[in-house]
Design a protein around this ligand. Sequence first.
Ligand code: PHB
Length: 388
Amino acid sequence: MTPRHARTALATLALACVATLGHAQQGKLKVGLMLPFSGTYTALGAAIENGFKLRVEEQGGKLGGREIEYVRVDDESDPAKATDNVNKLIKRDNVDVIVGTVHSGVAMAMAKAAKESGTVLIVPNAGADAVTGPMCAPNIFRSSFSNWQPAYAMGEVAAKQGKKKAITITWKYAAGDESVGGFREGFEKNGGQVVKQLNVPFPNVEFQALLTEIAAAKPDAVYAFFAGGGAVKFVKDYAAAGLNKTIPLYGPGFLTDGTLDAQGDAAQGMLTTLHYADGLGTPRDNAFRTAYAKAYKLQPDVYAVQGYDAAQMLAIGLAAVKGDISKKAEFASAIEKAKIDSPRGPFSISKSHNPVQDIYLRKVEGKENKMVSIAVKNLADPARGCKL
Ligand code: PHB
């Protein structure tokens, strides 16, 4: 080969390399969806996936110029399997982003793995206070709520309605404990008192003995944290015991969101607090609801909104780095500065990466959690223990 030929060959090789690199950068972005696709939270996982994919489809299947590829893992809402499941996504599948999950115990294991590996994690439900508290990290974001947020608002509302003594009842795990803690804080600050805390193991739905205990104690109100299949059963059992006629049942909106078809008469008139409601009537929410109903032949709920907004947050971060998610600081900074145009109403992200958002008071009417008022405006989680 003459020197000139050698130079040409080298140049061609160099060009080929650049082309390959460029191609890799524009290759598919792998999103690991780690959600419950079985068990009491199955419907919640499905709604989150639907919401996320709806937003991606609205963007032509691409975010930040990159086509999206999904890897799905059923986490079974089982904390004991969580570390293995999340490490499969990070180490075996080499995902670029993880989106998950519903259950707070599983989410804490995911946050730990994400913090260690630096993989971007967007939590589309689980409220574990620790995720945006002591475990907060530059690469961890939440599109949903902290367990404290809707619970604190419900405590204020119940006290302001003149309720003095309340009993709480929940599944015994992080989300239930923190929800009850938030309710107690809001309730007791405003003159109420939590006189008893009742618990059942997750995801057990044998409520009879505890309902008998509530009937005997006759508190002014009951505050319950349950969701999905468990919420359906609890609200129906509460009404079947006749308690809904004498002791108002309050809760964070999970108690009646996505569950009203199954709860029917048992849920009518219930008041709950949440960062989403039916009947908001804004153009943004109307457009979202129409698109969701068209795509899935289903009405959306709070979980669908949280999935949709997880995709919106990812889109904002990826647009800022033109699809190159290795630019972690720029990716995070774009989301931190954004106003996310959510169906729930626009929200921003706190320093600890949790939504700062309005909490609505809702009332069950027929198949809807109708918006009554804004219970607390622009509520930020206290983010206790987050050093960012
Ligand atoms: C949670 O475990 O954090 C959790 C699960 C279901 C909900 C809300 C919170 O609806």
